[in-house]
Design a protein around this ligand. Structure first.
Ligand SMILES: *Cc1c(COP(=O)(O)O)cnc(C)c1O
Length: 398
């Protein structure tokens, strides 16, 4: 299985056969210890289970509805285990790979297949594995779901809407989602075909404006009142933000409050409510340790880059917090702005930052890039033979 191979690879790469494991990942207690163990050329990805557990517990405790973790944000088994142990029992899955992974780890988990466009085979196999809730945004997908589940009478169908959203750093409305006009017809078509009908949307990732959820909930409410179709479920999607340099969002509680207030105001409190956080649970719980292979003025050539875990630092030009390690110790001192190059031969493997690091950063030092637990590790490719380094767990007293 993929994750067995992954942990085998991690162990090999850090010469850590004698080391304790945290759900398959070699377990460490300090960054210095990790760097001291690095056996070869590639960067190291560090998972901080304590941080993820804290974020997940906080989200579950405050959430006004059921929490479905969006697996795509970070599907590493050690991450999924941490989230499960923190009390999350539901997962937003988008592919057979994610479904099989979650099913193999937690046979009793609730899974919602929220990708609006699914292969016929994946619908059939998902149903056989116990998945009952499916998203759709088009009549053809509705037909596929009904045909491939043999006209099952126990389906939950979520119609994906396409709300206008203004506050997301990563827009997600361009590709999926029915317009208001299309939605009316689709609700009428879907109602007799399912046991539970739901409405869902995604306001966009790293959404900086809590009121975006309220606006989308208002659209859902209007559809329900205009069509008179009975709706049972509301899934307000993902998008809950975390703090990155230059991006400080309102507190998470403001998002919960906005959702709860909108549900009350629109008279939808009788619907079952779900939230699909990805980034908010895992972003702060992942970091990459990348070695400086060369310095050219203020540009550092690292052994990780946009084809590794730093995709968002490339063309999307996100900034991340960084720290510098030398001989196992944190380097302190006056900081300067740096840019990075990744290790591949492609000239778009370039990250402008600015990333703040001590002015004397030099070859052989390790840059810790913090905040890559969401859409970092999971985006890694093996382009040019790089980014095959270990994935380790760090349990410290953070
Ligand atoms: C990606 C995705 C999420 C998670 O989004 P975040 O911005 O990471 O919270 C939730 N639901 C769906 C349908 C998604 O595609």
């Amino acid at each position: 299985m993929a994750h067995a191979l992954q942990s085998e690879r991690s162990r090999r790469r850090v010469n850590a056969y004698r080391r304790a494991l945290y759900h398959g990942a070699p377990l460490y207690h300090s960054v210095a210890e990790i760097i001291g163990d690095v056996a070869d050329d590639d960067s190291v990805h560090v998972i901080r289970p304590n941080v993820i557990a804290e974020r997940a517990r906080t989200f579950v405790a405050g959430s006004p509805g059921e929490v479905l973790f969006a697996v795509k944000a970070n599907p590493h088994p050690a991450v999924l285990q941490t989230i499960w142990e923190a009390g999350v029992r539901g997962f937003d899955v988008a592919s057979m790979g994610e479904i099989e992974l979650v099913h193999s780890l937690f046979p009793t988990a609730r899974m919602c297949f929220m990708h609006p466009i699914k292969s016929r085979q994946s619908i059939r196999r998902a149903y056989a594995l116990g998945v009952r809730d499916y998203a759709f945004d088009h009549i053809d997908e509705l037909t596929k779901i009904v045909e491939e589940t043999g006209g099952a009478k126990d389906l939950g169908l979520f119609l994906r809407l396409s709300p206008r959203s203004s506050g997301a750093a990563y827009a997600l409305a361009g590709k999926f989602g029915a317009t208001v006009m299309e939605a009316q017809l689709l609700m009428e078509k879907a109602r007799p075909l399912c046991d539970r009908l739901g409405l869902t949307f995604h306001v966009g990732s790293q959404c900086m404006i809590p009121e975006d959820y309220a606006s989308a909930i208002a659209i859902a409410a209007e559809l329900i009142s205009v069509t008179g179709v009975k709706v049972d479920m509301l899934d307000v999607g993902g998008g809950y933000p975390v703090t990155y340099p230059g991006m400080t969002p309102p507190p998470l509680q403001d998002y919960f409050d906005a959702i709860e207030a909108a549900v009350k105001k629109e008279g939808l409190t009788h619907l079952s409510l779900a939230l699909e956080p990805g980034r908010a649970l895992v972003a702060d719980g992942g970091a990459t340790l990348a070695r400086i292979e060369m310095r050219r003025d203020q540009m550092l050539y690292l052994n990780d880059g946009v084809y590794g875990s730093l995709f968002d630092a490339g063309t999307p030009r996100w900034r991340f917090s960084t720290r510098l390690w030398r001989d196992g110790k944190l380097v302190e001192g006056d900081e300067e702005a740096f840019g990075f190059f990744g290790p591949t031969c492609d000239s778009i493997d370039r990250m402008e930052g600015p990333f703040m690091l001590p002015a004397n950063a030099q070859e052989g030092d390790w840059v810790e890039v913090i905040g890559l637990g969401a859409y970092g590790l999971t985006m890694t490719t093996q382009f040019n033979g790089f980014h095959q380094g270990p994935i380790v767990a760090l349990i410290d007293n953070l």
